[in-house]
Each structure stands twice: as C-alpha cells, then as structure tokens.
Design a protein around this ligand. Structure first.
Ligand SMILES: [Zn+2]
Ligand SMILES: [Zn+2]
Ligand SMILES: [Zn+2]
Length: 75
C-alpha cells in the first residue's frame, strides 16, 4: 500500500484501509465512537482532517494540512 493512501474505512473511519479489510469495531459515522450508530448519535461531529470534534472537514481551520495527519498513519 503506497504512502499517501487516504482511503477512509467506512466501518471504523480510520484511514489507510477499506471496510473489507477492517478488523475494528464498527464506529459511528458522525463522531467515530463505537457502540452506537450515527442516527442515534448525540455527539459533536468529528473532522476528517484533524480528527477533532466540533466541526466538519470543510470547516476545518487546518484546511489542507492533511500531511500532518499522515505521519501517525505511516509511522
Ligand atoms: Zn476500518
Ligand atoms: Zn456518534
Ligand atoms: Zn478539522
């Protein structure tokens, strides 16, 4: 798998693999926590860019700073 693979798993919402390869628990689409589904979610949405709750990726103050998030993925 090449560096820079930013596929987002639809099951656990971690990057670098797809749901077919996922071995994690299914997570909420909204807040990325396990144990409930998005339609039951009462938490703040989590940003795809910085993984901080309270805003979504298109509103992210980090903008295109995805490279920072990559480091932990491939270390
Ligand atoms: Zn996964
Ligand atoms: Zn949730
Ligand atoms: Zn963000």
């Amino acid at each position: 798998m090449p560096p820079g693979d930013l596929r987002l798993c639809n099951n656990c919402f971690k990057q670098g693999h797809i749901a077919a390869d996922c071995t994690n628990d299914k997570a909420c689409k909204n807040c990325r926590k396990t144990g409930h589904l998005a339609r039951d979610c009462r938490n703040e949405p989590v940003c795809n860019v910085c993984n901080i709750s309270g805003h979504v990726a298109r509103e992210c103050p980090k903008g295109n700073a995805i490279d920072e998030g990559r480091q932990w993925l491939w270390s």
